[in-house]
Design a protein around this ligand. Sequence first.
Ligand SMILES: [Zn+2]
Length: 169
Amino acid sequence: MERRNLWAPWRINYVQGLSESRECFICHNLQNPQQDDANLVLWQTDKSIVILNRFPYNNGHLLIAPARHIAELDEAAEDELLEMFKLITESQKALSLAIKPHGFNVGMNFGRCAGAGLPGHLHIHVVPRWDGDTNFMAVCGHTNVISQSLTELLELLKQVSKKHDLPSL
Ligand SMILES: [Zn+2]
């Protein structure tokens, strides 16, 4: 018997919306290494991944996450915690070499009420700071210029990493 299809093309946006809203972008990046550049992945190590934040608080905003989809620090093993902390150090080194920040904010948010955009997969924010940078971001934080500079910044950070053998865990 001939198989007949019932077409409902208007559902595609709904179906795609469902998968987009449910998917963890960190896990997605881990599972698609062939798209590392498009996904802004800087480093992938044994137990962790380091990604340029697509929606940065400031230029050079990195995210460090365990490879496992875990939400809370008490779910992380000691070697995962240690590697993530080492990657904070290595991220600061790479950013210092590439874009010479004057300081850093390093932190974590747990739960949506605390500002976590992705509460299911814990991650550490490493945010470079410069003297007097706060006004700059309020004006330029969400302009289209960012996506181009993210690509350039990723390339610069990769070059610096290669030259200085980072991360050297
Ligand atoms: Zn995840």
